[in-house]
Design a protein around this ligand. Structure first.
Ligand SMILES: [Zn+2]
Length: 388
């Protein structure tokens, strides 16, 4: 709050700020805020935050992935794409956000879950709509002195110099306070849907994405959910409205778009192992299982997916989980070569079950199959200790 006070004069100066919009009520391409407006204050805070973010380890700088996403964003919002600064944030939760200065955050958890380009474009379109219709500014114009408004300043300015953990918390905090009214959410769904459709994507995927998110949320064993869920509830009402919007618009997407999104597919296949590891590390186990089942249904190698499900069960370790972990690893081992660490992980499960002979033989298989792996010394130590 100490740092927030520093920005209060800017807020006070901004009381007379006004929105600079086109006739359709949307922000104009190349828009810049009037000096001394509330908006200029918001931009200044976000610009500072962005400079710090740009140099941090939290940003995924994969050039091909970033080029692809910028290109997709330009398809979704062609007139404004030069005004958007896109950051891929390494975080396994489902989220994307757009700040009033056009700073867009796409979390890797979204890239793992969007099953095709149209689903990804659904979220980009939705966030683009919040920006185009200046929802965050409108919200703060009517709520200048509220806790939310002050929270924005305190979260965005707090923790300069406190390292990566502070920055990660700030990103989460910014996402959680970017919650809009039900009317704004509905407007963003509608405007986003039009952007999606006019960019040439199958509009039925919008409702499908939300259905997937709803299934994940329903399986959640953690009430807090992702920051995106709390600000974007995957409600039945939202799904019904998106389905009704796509009715009658689907015919041109029946057969012609089989190659659409091939770059996304390739990028996703090449990166998903890392994203899956990050998801498991977040310890949202029930949600992770739903996400992995959705990947299996959508063309990912079922054996590789089984390996990750095995990891969830092994690390969760509830009643019956070790047996489920073994079952999953056995499915994974049906392909040759098996996912890299499958036999080592089976060894760990047998060791926990105190089945020494099985543990040793699986560790040995792991070493035979992966003589140059970085962890051979430690696996030899496991075997040595079991033989004592
Ligand atoms: Zn929204």
């Amino acid at each position: 709050m100490r740092l927030a006070k520093k920005f209060l004069p800017i807020v006070a100066l901004g009381l007379a700020g006004c929105l600079s919009t086109a006739e359709d009520g949307q922000i104009k391409p190349g828009h810049r805020p009037d000096l001394n407006s509330t908006e200029a204050g918001l931009w200044m805070v976000m610009d500072r935050f962005e400079r710090r973010l740009a140099n941090s380890e939290l940003v995924d700088r994969d050039p091909e992935l970033n080029a692809y996403l910028n290109n997709l964003l330009c398809k979704v919002m062609p007139a404004h794409c030069q005004d958007i600064k896109l950051f891929v944030i390494k975080n396994p939760h489902f989220n994307a956000s757009m700040a009033p200065n056009g700073s867009m955050h796409i979390w890797t958890g979204l890239l793992l879950r969007a099953q095709n380009e149209a689903q990804l474009a659904t979220v980009l379109g939705h966030e683009a709509a919040h920006y185009l219709n200046q929802h965050s500014l409108k919200k703060w114009e009517t709520a200048k002195a509220t806790t939310d408004f002050l929270s924005f300043f305190s979260i965005a300015t707090a923790g300069f110099g406190v390292g990566i953990v502070g920055l990660a918390a700030q990103i989460g905090g910014l996402g959680s306070i970017q919650s809009y009214s039900r009317d704004m959410e509905h407007e963003a769904d509608k405007v986003g849907f039009d952007l999606l459709y006019h960019a040439g994507f199958d509009p039925r995927e919008a409702a499908k994405l939300w259905e997937q998110v709803k299934a994940e949320k329903e399986a959640s064993d953690d009430d807090t959910g992702s920051v995106f869920w709390s600000s974007h509830p995957p409600t039945e009402e939202r799904i019904v409205k998106l389905k009704s919007m796509s009715r009658g618009k689907e015919t041109k997407f029946s057969v012609s778009n089989t190659t659409q999104g091939s770059t996304f597919k390739r990028l996703r296949f090449s990166r998903w192992h890392d994203w899956a590891d990050e998801l498991i590390s977040s310890r949202r186990m029930a949600e992770s299982l739903i996400v992995f089942d959705q990947l299996k249904e959508n063309g990912f190698d079922p054996h590789e997916v089984s390996y990750f499900k095995g990891e969830v069960y092994r690390r969760r370790g509830d009643d019956g989980d070790l047996a489920l972990a073994l079952e999953s690893y056995k499915e994974a081992a049906q392909i040759t070569p098996a996912p890299l660490k499958t036999y080592k992980k089976m060894g760990l499960v047998y060791q926990r079950q105190q089945k020494t002979a099985e543990a040793i033989s699986h560790y040995e298989t792991y070493l035979e199959q992966n003589p140059n792996a970085g962890d051979t010394a430690i696996v030899h130590t496991y075997i040595h200790q079991l033989r004592k």
